[in-house]
Design a protein around this ligand. Structure first.
Ligand code: ADP
Length: 159
């Protein structure tokens, strides 16, 4: 029996910080489902299809499954019958929100457990928002995203 986990997020766009978490999660789990939240009220730069494409082109492993989902993560987890969630922690400022989400998810479904992986120090200040701000203002994002994501960000901002 293989051990699977869900790594859910907005991934707008996927950064090297996310990729580091996925690679490290693959050392613990056999299969990692990278599940992109199709949040209808949240305005994202990239569409759900684009975000899935960016992830698929940034990580190549037959142990990674990339897909979108709508609605409550707990319901999605139930449907997939996968109860291990992965989250990354960057700083103390992430903790409150993650703690609350983790407790809420467990209150909804007691089988759910969240596995937190601490960021690599070099990605501790990295977020999708920072990458978007830098890309928009023509900053250098080479160290933060894959070449493919960098190209797609440039296309978004420069047309
Ligand atoms: P969400 O909108 O659900 O927070 P994100 O795409 O921003 O989605 O992040 C998904 C997960 O990845 C979260 O657990 C977040 O803390 C983690 N994460 C984001 N950036 C980094 C990073 N640089 N290092 C480690 N974990 C990260």
């Amino acid at each position: 029996m293989s051990l699977s986990a869900i790594y859910a997020g907005s991934f707008d766009p996927i950064t090297n910080g996310h990729l580091d978490i996925i690679e490290r999660a693959l050392n613990i789990f056999d299969v990692v489902h990278v599940s992109v939240i199709d949040n209808l009220d949240k305005t994202s730069l990239f569409t759900i299809e684009e975000r899935i494409d960016l992830i698929s082109n940034s990580i190549h492993s037959d142990r990674v499954i990339v897909e979108g989902f709508q609605g409550l993560l707990v319901n999605y987890a139930r449907k997939k019958n996968i109860y291990n969630l992965i989250r990354g922690l960057r700083a103390v400022s992430d903790f409150d929100y993650e703690f609350q989400m983790s407790l809420t998810n467990r209150a909804q479904e007691h089988k759910i457990d969240t596995v937190f992986l601490m960021t690599d120090q070099k990605y501790s200040y990295l977020s999708s928002s920072i990458v978007k701000q830098l890309a928009k203002l023509d900053g250098d994002i080479t160290e933060y995203v894959t070449d493919y994501v960098k190209t797609k960000l440039k296309e978004k901002y420069n047309g």
